[in-house]
Design a protein around this ligand. Structure first.
Ligand code: CA
Length: 229
């Protein structure tokens, strides 16, 4: 996660520049947004690892952004605001923000909060060395996949695809999210390729007509891995 992508929602250009320059200098990728509507759109399409959010936005209250994003994402949200009133902090946190910084803030403090958030995200990932769902097992450390104890031979893209679905088990993942995760882009041709890889992956993890169907198709939307009891 040393190249975590961070969505910076801030309408004040000098502050936005300070934050993005700091992030760039420390090797983070950043996506700028200067209003709430753009922030919500970019949060959905780019799936950044972390959101830094100003509460006083030109088109809406930042709390509204938190509430909307929380309906579909657990991405850590760090609020950065000039409001120092506790009620504002509580409202932001109750709405689902993860952390809170009050302006004026020091760059060191901001970086410390980001590092803490990334440590939490990384430990959440490494805590699960194995993924088990029904007869399907992914050994992340070994990069191997087993079906009822038999090792499957997956291509690198099939493996990546399976891991993305497994790490988001129960969530519907859009074509854009999946193709960006695999190819770091979301061209139409990739959606076509995705269908082909998904079909071959499905045959491998559900080889028989009565095999459990681990992957659900949401036509026009994407795919979901179902948790099998
Ligand atoms: Ca502002």
């Amino acid at each position: 996660m040393n190249n975590a992508s961070i969505l910076v929602v801030e309408d004040d250009p000098p502050i936005s520049n300070l934050i993005t320059t700091t992030l760039k200098a420390h090797g983070y990728r950043h996506i700028p947004a200067s209003n709430g509507e753009t922030a919500i759109m970019l949060a959905a399409s780019n799936r950044p690892d972390i959101m830094l959010l100003d509460l006083g936005l030109p088109d809406c209250d930042g709390v509204e952004v938190i509430k909307k994003v929380r309906t579909w994402s657990e991405m850590p949200i760090i609020v950065i605001s000039a409001r120092s009133d506790d009620r504002d902090k509580i409202e932001a946190l109750d709405s689902g923000a993860d952390d809170y910084l009050t302006k004026p803030f020091s760059v060191e403090e901001l970086l410390a909060r980001i590092r803490a958030t990334i440590r939490r995200l990384s430990s959440a990932v490494t805590a699960d060395a194995k993924f088990v769902n029904g007869e399907l097992t992914i050994d992340y450390a070994a990069g191997s996949v087993f079906l009822a104890g038999e090792e499957l031979h997956l291509t690198p893209i099939e493996y990546k695809l399976l891991c993305i679905l497994a790490k988001n088990v129960g969530k519907v993942l859009t074509h854009t999210f999946i193709t960006r995760s695999i190819w770091e882009s979301a061209w139409e041709s990739n959606v076509g390729s995705l269908r082909v890889f998904m079909a071959t992956l499905r045959k491998k993890i559900a080889p028989l007509p009565d095999s459990p169907q681990y992957i659900q198709t949401h036509v026009g939307v994407g795919y979901r891995m179902i948790k099998i009891d």
